[in-house]
Ligand binder design. Structure first.
Ligand code: ZN
Ligand code: FE
Length: 255
């Protein structure tokens, strides 16, 4: 059976996520952005977490670690490359490692770019990936610690997952991302339709996630470096893929 997922808002635009395996009763958190909303979600669902799967060291992803550890005695798992910056970390992982949750394997994927040690967690049996601040709906994370080549390689790995994989991200940035995407890919009718759908969801106060790999491939400009229309808009018809990606990232930084 697929994992159950409870997604909720934390801070101003972070997502908190609880995942649950009904059979074993096991529960985990993806990151720990804010104690209050996490405790409410635990109360609402009755799912008591035993683990935090940490994606990267930024404060808005780890700041409730110690408080939750004290309350629930949970095990904190996170990227080896950032272990020194992750409060309360118990177990260090890296790309290629396989963890277990409920009855299913969890693949750790190295997805550096936003930070140098960022990891994503892929549940192949449930068809879900948690990408935090690497791949966003219609966007990608800012490059704080790495050159564009690094994020480009990470996004390519995520893009290669099965198209039906559901993608959960770290932030609700989708509406602003859509406005930017339309400037890069104005001839993309799937993007125009999605932007309209997103506008309606946000006006109704609803989340725009999860998305899927397939949808992102069709509409996310950070995965469309190969597209002739995108390249023409940028005046980069003959550039290599990573240069097109870097230009899109640069324009987003200044948008
Ligand atoms: Zn971050
Ligand atoms: Fe973040």
């Amino acid at each position: 059976m697929a994992i159950e997922i409870e997604q909720f808002m934390c801070l101003s635009d972070n997502f908190g996520v609880l995942i649950h395996d009904r059979e074993s009763g096991e529960t985990a958190l993806i990151d720990a952005p804010e104690e209050g909303p996490i405790l409410k979600a635990i109360e609402r669902t009755g799912w008591k977490p035993s683990t935090i799967l940490t994606t990267h060291h930024h404060t808005d992803h780890v700041q409730a670690n110690l408080a939750l550890k004290e309350k629930f005695g949970l095990t904190i798992i996170g990227p080896k490359a950032e272990a020194a910056k992750i409060p309360g970390i118990d177990r260090q992982v890296a790309g290629g490692d396989t963890l277990h949750f409920g009855g299913e394997p969890v693949r750790v994927i190295d997805t550096p770019g936003h930070t140098a040690g960022h990891v994503s967690y892929h549940f192949p049996q449930s068809g879900v990936v948690f990408t935090a601040d690497t791949l966003f709906a219609l966007g990608c994370g800012r490059l704080f610690e790495c050159p564009p080549e690094t994020m480009f390689a990470s996004l390519k790995k995520l893009a290669a997952l099965p198209g039906t994989t559901r993608v959960y991200c770290g932030h609700e940035y989708t509406e602003a991302n859509a406005r930017f995407a339309l400037t890069i890919d104005p001839g993309n009718s799937a993007l125009a339709a999605r932007a309209e759908e997103i506008r309606k969801l946000r006006a109704a106060g609803k989340p725009t996630l999860p998305t899927t790999i397939e949808r992102e491939l069709e509409t996310n400009p950070f995965l469309r470096w190969h597209d002739a229309g995108v390249r023409n808009t940028l005046g980069m018809a003959k550039a290599v893929d990573v240069e097109v990606f870097a230009e899109i990232r640069k324009r987003k930084d200044n948008f």
